[in-house]
Write a protein that binds this ligand. Sequence first.
Ligand SMILES: C[S@@+](CC[C@H](N)C(=O)[O-])C[C@H]1O[C@@H](n2cnc3c(N)ncnc32)[C@H](O)[C@@H]1O
Length: 553
Amino acid sequence: MTSTCSLDVEFADKINTLLKIPSPHEAQDYFDKLIKTRQCCGIRIKHDGEYGKGVYTETEFAEGDLVLKDQMLVGAQHSSNKVDCLVCSYCFRFIGSIEHQIGRKLYLQDLGLSASKECVEMYQHTSNGCCPDDSLDGEENSLMIDHESSGPCTSSDQNYKIPLPKEVITSLMNGDLVLPHSDQFPLPSVVPCPGGCGEANYCSKSCADADWELFHSLLCTEERSGTSCREALIKFIQHANETNDIFLPAAKAISFTILNYKKLKAARLENQESYSSLNSSEDYGFSLLLEAWKPLSMGYKKKWWDCIALPDDVGSHDESSFRLQIRELAFMSLQLLKEAIFEKECAPLFSLEIYGHIIGMFELNNLDLVVASPVEDYFLYIDDLPDPEKQKAEKITQPFLDALGDDYYVCCQGTAFFPIQSCMNHSCCPNAKAFKREEDRDGQATIIALRPISRGEEITISYIDEDLPFEERQVLLADYGFRCRCPNLTINSALRSSAIILSHKHIAGRSVEHKAMILKVPPLKFCCGRRKIYKLFISHLQLVPNQRMSKYE
Ligand SMILES: C[S@@+](CC[C@H](N)C(=O)[O-])C[C@H]1O[C@@H](n2cnc3c(N)ncnc32)[C@H](O)[C@@H]1O
């Protein structure tokens, strides 16, 4: 039997209006304004293409030109990755210090945890006051939760690690022990969550304030923050981490809309409109909700359980029961979220239709969020020092590298929806790619031209690894609901030897599951026997013209 959400029945008309595809005029107006706020010029979103919306050039781009730097609308670090990297919860920059990043990871590793396992155990441990550092206080809720999934770049216990004494790790975390040359890699200080939950940390007050204003004030688990149902919120987070952490950005999308609604309402009231006109007219309230929802209304959407690809281990005869299970999972998550942050004036947002469409939108549009680790840069820097400076530094750094094992370079990973990039259609011979350059140290998406693009041409990216054989490409593209009809000609390999950072990632059905592969980078120079091999998600490979990597060529 399928669970029914009463809000779906009660607000059926409003839900239909919220999910209506915006008119071309409305969308054009929205995207024209949005593009003006981005680091890009010479692109336009058009609505009359073969595949719905598409991004087109209004100028010429040369190979390697920056086409777009897009800011995410909603993004989240994977729960499993939180053990490995301490990043700004808003822009996903690494924060603290090289020492703090290493110390924190070793501390958690010392508790016998990898990112994917035994996190509950760690939670119990830290809750008992065993945490040596205040900066870990409150992280428990976010760290305890994922004991199910394992991303491709997360810790593994398979590589050999030589543990360090606890006191050394503690002094590293406390800042008493300073590593040689770490001043070459300054990181922003940790700014704690203004609500005091300790789960969210930031690189600056402006990021803390922006996150609070846009999302976190409704999702903060600290009692003082005024979140009405803290227990329910914690349960919601736990459920997301035990099942599929895509529910976390979905909650952010709902939070964003509620907070936006409240802001719009307050602004209207300030503009002398009477309380009575706002409160008495239901339509007026709904028009505000429509306005608040607008950024999300623009994304291409289908219901999650309808569009999600059937996993390999589910036969077609089990398809309907699989889709039903996904729907039930979303239903369960939504009940917990509703208990935590329900807002009467925004009730239609808590319908299963809307929740399912938000997650489906992520399924069809999201890019991987990947930010390279400064800890890797640090060890590479030490490795590149001339002797005898190198020998001197390595006497101190080597034990830390040995303790970290092969996981010393784990990057920040998550998933994010980028409003402009998400309008880019797929081609198996794309003219652009999403990537990260040396200077791109945050979670934003950077799109670069792979070859000269002429005025008026559509900008296309590949959602999958375009090097795969034709049939495999078609299978992967079926996840996006279409078969590609473009011929895959010779791929421009000019940028191929560089690092790959961003990729389209499908959110797996029942738990977070990444399709990983080892990227074909040129033979690597070894750094103390463990210079990194990039392990990245694949569904959609993106090349990074990255100076840092060019030295390997
Ligand atoms: C990320 S969205 C791209 C923007 C989308 N065209 C829109 O209208 O918002 C992905 C969806 O666009 C459509 N699409 C993108 N590239 C396509 C292609 N090469 N052939 C057919 N459909 C495509 C598919 O429906 C796909 O699920």
